[in-house]
Design a protein around this ligand. Structure first.
Ligand code: 13P
Length: 252
């Protein structure tokens, strides 16, 4: 963690916690977690739980809210999809793009991810661009090439003056939901590559870069201590208010 950067704690609920469970979560989390001036906390609930989150958290403006994905177009015949301007209308401030589950399950390639980031920016939302390698890619020595490609295609497609608005998440696919966390050294090494590539492509080399992959209360401190790790994007351990509140107390 860098002294001059507010750590960010982000919760990606994936397809968990419907509206009723969201209300219960926010009540409990709100009681456990007091607003921190020195950190940022953002939740990415499923679309259908966003309204319940915003209503339950109306007295907690310190808790940011985003969507987990948007379509690469603003409207049209795309059954089941949600666009960035729609997310904006509902009142969220953030959107993820390029999560590895979207890349793998829904076929989002780098060009599609780039279009999604562009739509997110046009809707005046803050994008979190997710990047990361599979185990096969890592074992084949392709870590740097994969991260470089994932970053370059997106940044090259955006207006240079918008690049400072991006937040990044490095999520090694082999560490997601597996209980296998990247070591602080692995995370630091990959974050160095991500930061270098952002700079090479015209972005800010002081951009906020989150780490994601089996983050839990027991490893938050060592991950935040890894050089270049500015926060975390948490899946499984963000579904329980106690455990996510413990994570959000990290680095304090
Ligand atoms: P886990 O924390 O469950 O490994 O998920 C990480 C993730 O994919 C966050 O976006």
């Amino acid at each position: 963690m860098r002294d001059d950067v507010k750590p960010m704690f982000a919760a990606n609920w994936k397809m968990h916690l419907g509206p009723d469970e969201t209300e219960t979560f926010v009540d409990r989390f709100g009681a456990l977690h007091s607003a921190r001036q020195d950190a940022r906390v953002v939740f990415f609930p499923p679309y259908l739980s966003v309204g319940a989150f915003l209503a339950s958290a109306r007295t907690r403006p310190d808790l940011g809210v985003g969507v987990q994905d948007v379509h690469q177009e603003v409207n049209g015949a795309h059954t089941g999809a949600v666009s960035a301007p729609m997310a904006k209308q509902v009142g969220v401030g953030w959107a993820l793009a390029g999560h590895s589950e979207r890349r793998r399950e829904f076929g989002d390639d780098d060009v599609t991810v780039a279009a999604k980031v562009a739509r997110i920016l046009e809707a005046d939302l803050r994008p979190v661009l997710c990047v990361g390698e599979t185990l096969e890619e890592r074992e084949a020595g392709a870590l740097e090439a994969v991260l470089s490609r994932q970053i370059e295609i997106v940044l090259a497609s955006l207006a240079p003056d918008s690049l400072s608005l991006l937040t990044y998440a490095y999520e090694p696919v082999w560490a997601i939901g597996t209980g296998r966390t990247a070591s602080p050294d692995d995370a630091a090494q990959a974050h160095t590559v991500v930061r270098r590539e952002i700079g090479r492509c015209g972005g800010r080399d002081d951009a906020v870069i989150l780490y994601g992959g089996s983050v839990k209360p027991g490893n938050i401190e060592e991950l935040l201590e890894a050089p270049g790790v500015d926060g975390v994007l948490v899946g499984g351990a963000s579904l329980d208010p106690e455990s996510f509140a413990a994570i959000c107390a990290g680095g304090g």
